[in-house]
Design a protein around this ligand. Structure first.
Ligand SMILES: [Zn+2]
Length: 509
């Protein structure tokens, strides 16, 4: 189609849009086929690369049908009646930059890394230079998403992302709306951990519903909360139960641990290391009277201090002392002898499905999760603990630490997709080495959020544009957070001499 079909536009200066008023009762001389993304209601793009914006109400007969390539072809019939003006944008000459940049909430939980040593503070400060970062304050989490406790705001407009999505639900993508309704199903985060977070597990969906129904004051929503962690720095954590021979070794060599799990139970496990016997030991330990735990911990502390360094290392002396310093008398200090202690290297991931016991200990990471608050805690926390629920729900499989690593899938030379077995979220790790001229983030069927962790990129182009009047973004740098609507692709040119490292939360449905 060319502009002749629509009549003669009033202005044709290069790079400027022009408009044309067909007048009431105008009939198109022939059918016009236009290609539009399914969520674009007011803007269409012709095969000739010309964007048409219907700026006034337009009565039209139309048929549309979804094509295999995801686009919708809209057929304007010859009987179309247009009242108002049609705007013509010479699309190719004015590439569209309507990328939404987000300003994200910082959470200052006590366990966070203080001041500018925190990745969270660094990333937030990089995009908001006015942010005050005190060395006295912890900067624990950066939240990217629509969670009401820390909603992201569209830069330059002041509108929250959640509000924008309510106005334009189509940006979520049809599969997301079909599965989750008109809401962003995930919460994307950066964590800077300076001291252990609680020992915890997350219920599965039906258990979450049950807990919410029974105790809505504690379990505030009925959704499950699978989580995935990708390390930004060496990231230490506890995850899942150790292999049986490691637990046996610790039970044998640590009489203090035997005391708190019960000597008989320890003996039974050593003879017969089954999941049921492990559960008995763990349950006894978690339910042991506080004074027994305290005295066993101080006995162990004294004994570890006297060991030579090789034996001390073998029995996790440094970790034990660090935890005991922060949480003196806490049963969680013993948990390191039953749970896998692992360090993820930058780029390595861990998926925490339902009922997997875990605790973050130290380091910076990217985290993505289903939008939920359902955490069952016990140990290494001043928060409410629900030992009974935790003990009964856990998976007691005994597996080596390495098996907790979650492998990604290479999508192309620069993107690894970490796609856990839940529909709520997946994460792309995008690493473009310096020297690569241009890279395009593939369009996906869901809304997504992109965070730049390292490097810079110029000439950022997003296609097609998202609905609504939005501020323009033409470059990205460390800390930039971009919201992409479903089916949008983002092309960027890394600034020479710098590697670009970015993460993207999305859904694979
Ligand atoms: Zn968790």
């Amino acid at each position: 189609m060319d502009t002749e079909v629509l009549g003669r536009p009033q202005a044709t200066r290069e790079g400027e849009h022009c408009h044309w008023s067909p007048g009431t009762g105008w009939k198109a001389p022939q059918p016009i086929t236009v290609r539009i993304a399914c969520w674009v209601l007011s803007t269409v793009e012709t095969a000739a690369g010309i964007r048409i914006r219907i700026a006034a109400p337009c009565k039209r007969k139309q048929t549309s049908r979804r094509q295999p390539d995801g686009a919708v072809r809209l057929l304007l019939s010859p009987q179309v009646t247009v009242a108002g003006r049609i705007h013509l944008f010479p699309h190719r000459r004015t590439p569209c930059h309507t990328t939404m940049e987000l300003e994200c909430a910082v959470q200052k939980y006590a366990w966070g890394v203080h001041g500018l040593k925190s990745s969270v503070a660094q990333l937030a400060k990089a995009v908001s230079p006015d942010l005050e970062v005190s060395e006295e304050e912890p900067f624990a989490e950066l939240w990217m998403g629509t969670h009401p406790s820390g909603p992201s705001v569209i830069k330059g407009s002041g509108e929250t992302l959640g509000h924008y999505i309510r106005r334009h639900p189509g940006v979520l993508g049809t599969p997301v709306i079909q599965t989750f309704g008109e809401q962003l199903p995930f919460l994307f985060k950066v964590l800077s951990v300076n001291q252990a977070l609680s020992i915890q597990a997350h219920p599965n969906k039906s258990h979450a519903e049950e807990l919410h129904q029974e105790r809505p004051d504690v379990y505030k929503d009925p959704n499950h909360k699978p989580e995935m962690t990708i390390a930004l720095t060496p990231f230490q954590a506890l995850c899942g139960f150790r292999p049986a021979q490691e637990i046996t070794k610790h039970l044998t060599e640590l009489p203090e641990l035997q005391q708190v799990v019960g000597e008989e139970n320890a003996k039974t496990f050593i003879e017969e290391p089954t999941e049921a016997n492990l559960k008995t030991c763990f349950s006894m330990m978690m339910n042991a009277p506080k004074e027994n735990i305290e005295s066993a911990l101080s006995d162990l502390l004294a004994r570890l201090s006297e060991m030579d360094s090789a034996k001390g290392d073998e029995l996790l002396r440094d970790l034990f002392i660090t935890l005991h310093d922060k949480y003196p008398g806490d049963v969680g200090c013993f948990s390191i002898y039953l749970l896998n202690y692992l360090t993820l290297q930058p780029g390595q991931a861990m998926f925490l499905g339902p009922n997997i016991i875990h605790a973050y200990l130290f380091g910076d990471c990217i985290e993505c999760m289903a939008c939920s608050d359902n955490v069952v805690r016990a140990g290494l926390t001043p928060k409410y603990q629900d030992v009974e629920t935790l003990v009964s729900m856990l998976e007691y499989t005994m597996m080596p630490a390495e098996s907790r690593n979650f492998e990604g899938f290479k999508m192309d030379n620069y993107t690894i997709l970490y796609n856990p077995p839940v529909p709520d979220f997946a994460v792309d790790m995008i690493e473009v080495p310096s020297g690569v001229e241009q890279y395009t983030l593939r369009p996906v069927e869901s809304a997504s959020i992109v965070l730049v962790v390292e490097g810079e990129a110029s000439k950022v182009e997003v296609s097609p544009s998202a609905p609504g009047e939005l501020p323009q973004v033409t470059s990205l740098h460390r800390g930039s957070v971009i919201f992409l609507a479903a089916d949008q692709s983002l092309t960027l040119r890394p600034t020479s001499g710098s590697r670009l490292l970015a993460f993207r939360a999305l859904c694979v449905l």
